[in-house]
Each structure stands twice: as structure tokens, then as C-alpha cells.
Design a protein around this ligand. Sequence first.
Ligand code: SF4
Length: 222
Amino acid sequence: MRFKVNEIFHSIQGEGTRAGRTCVFVRLTGCPLRCVYCDTAYAFFDGAIMELEEIVAEVKRRLGPPRKGPDAPFVELTGGEPLAIQGAPELLRAMQSLGCEVAVETAGSHDIALVPHEVIKIMDRKTPGSGEGHRWLESNLDHMVPGQDELKFVIMDKDDYEWSKAWCAERSVWDRYTVLFSPVHGDLDPVWLAESILKDSLPVRFQIQLHKLIWGADRSGV
Ligand code: SF4
């Protein structure tokens, strides 16, 4: 089984509940979405073909010796939109065979039913401001694992914030999953978002893209 791989790199996880942990990222090439703020457009077309076994061997090499514990290195499949790529569930299963935690970052636009149960699904619920909010597959909520999987909202402006808040409240998703509210880097003032969350006492987790604070917004491979 072969995949077009944009990059494999070892870095600090910048987002979600695992922010700050070391992580090996596998970025597959290709995405059918076109979010207005996309920061990985370089992964739409460019990449090299790799066999599944080659990818897993490279991940293993970069992970280093197996480690245990809550902050052990882990691996994340990302994109582009990795679940738009045929064979992604098999690749995730192969990564699980390495014995580390495995996560997938997805826009929730493609069916997650075949993603292994233990793979941590970080679902980026696209807001109206992204221009791709209509791509969401509502049935994906039925396959998310409470207490394990995460819902992320990348918020562009006040309208996006109000929309995200209402969407979560209608479904009470914050009773089951970690809900992450993140400002679009360079577009929404993080102070405004943090203070809005506090004012509204929302049961969500504020996040900021840590890797952009460390290395700057334009650097790839980190
Ligand atoms: S889903 Fe991700 S990779 Fe695709 S256009 Fe949106 S932000 Fe970019």
C-alpha cells in the first residue's frame, strides 16, 4: 500500500490536550477543502510516494526507543486531510503496532467509522468563517470516543465564536469531549477569545498554536 507523503518530522505538538509533548508528524499530501486561513497549502499537491512499511519504519526511527508514561512521544497523522486518502485507516493501524499513542487530525468532512477506536481523533469542526463549514459530517459524532477524542474550533471572529458556542450548546458536546477554542493566528486577538470564554464561563479549553510561538508562523516541518 502506497501513500503520497508531504513530510515526516519530529517536533513539539502545538495543539490540543497533548500540546508540549514530543510528536512525530506524518503529513499526507492532498486536501479537498480550501479553508480561507489554511496554513498548510504546501501539502495540497507536493509529496513523495512511500510504501506503508517505509512510513512506519521512518516513524519508528524518529520516535526513538519505546517509552511509557503520560508524556511519552506519540505519532500524529495529519495533512491536508488524511482521511480523504484511501488506506488511511490501515496506515493508522500500522502505526499503532509501534506501541505508542496514535492521533489523527481531521476536518470531520470524511467518515471516521473505519478509524480504529483507540486512535485519538482530533476533529476540526470547520466554522462558517473558514468557508468550509458545510463539509461537516454530522454522523461522525456517533463514532467519536467520549473522554478520548477532541473537537476543535478555529475561530476567525466574533460571529464564529457565537456560532461555535451555539453549536456546542445544542449538542452538549462539551459534556462528552474536550472542546478546544483556538483563534485564527493573526486574525483574531487571543486576548479577546480568552476573555470571552471567561465571561461566558464556557466549559472549553483555550488553545493557541504553540509551535507558531516557538518557531514563527511561516516555518514548515515543525
Ligand atoms: S482542511 Fe486543513 S489542510 Fe485542508 S484546507 Fe482546511 S486547513 Fe488547509
